[in-house]
Ligand binder design. Structure first.
Ligand code: COA
Length: 183
């Protein structure tokens, strides 16, 4: 999908207009601030070190190139004229090329108004377009909100990796969830 392609628009539960679109180069500074704000707040994601602008430039260049070639799904949520979060689905390789690994996060201040649910639904549409059949994700067992959203849109828990993450000196289990999307 071409960078910046408009996908659709909806009204969030707080009446804010939200646009779903493909990522684009001008998201760079918002994305950098976003990832570092997640690290700062101690969000329940894997990344726990601040990203430099240089590293983000490299990452975004590679990411946009893969999105444009439909090698990966990338859907951005835009509200108040800025990037506020995104979902990504990265296909696995070889015999697992029909499997996509999903990751999602939203900026603090834009959560709990339905944007994550819409991003999850759009990720599925786009994954189907890429020919994927099964989506998988990992979520920390302590992340009740994320688990609720995933279950709501049809993911089921299939396993758990005990002590998969170490956060503030405490081990946290990682729950594996899947959704078949080809039927
Ligand atoms: C997880 C995340 C993507 C969800 O997106 P979101 O836009 O906040 O979610 P939505 O507003 O669409 O839905 C939230 C739902 O969770 C529910 N919820 C909120 N807090 C909850 C909690 N502590 N326990 C259970 N459910 C909770 C809400 O009531 C709502 O349920 P409903 O749709 O049935 O009414 C977002 O909160 C986020 O980015 N969090 C920080 C980063 C993160 O955790 N990423 C996921 C890593 S696996």
């Amino acid at each position: 999908m071409k960078a910046g392609t408009f996908i659709r628009q909806f009204l969030a539960k707080d009446r804010r207009d939200v646009i779903l679109r493909a990522p684009e180069w001008s998201d760079l500074d918002d994305m950098l601030e976003f990832i570092n704000s997640l690290v700062e707040e101690g969000a329940e994601i894997t990344v726990d070190t601040m990203m430099t602008r240089e590293a983000e430039v490299d990452w975004l260049a590679r990411y946009l190139s893969r999105v444009e070639k439909d090698e990966v799904v990338g859907v951005v949520a835009e509200a108040d004229g800025r990037f506020v979060g995104q979902v990504q689905v990265s296909p696995k390789s070889g015999r697992s090329r029909h499997v996509g690994v999903l990751g999602i996060a939203l900026r603090d201040g834009y959560r709990d108004v339905g944007i994550g649910t819409e991003l999850m639904r759009e990720a599925e549409n786009q994954a189907l377009r890429l020919g994927l059949e099964l989506l998988t994700l990992e979520v920390y067992a302590t992340n009740d909100r994320a688990r609720h959203v995933y279950e709501k849109v049809g993911y089921r828990e299939v396993g758990c990796v005990p002590g998969a993450a170490l956060r503030d000196g405490e081990y946290i289990d990682s729950v594996i969830m899947v959704k078949e999307i080809s039927k």
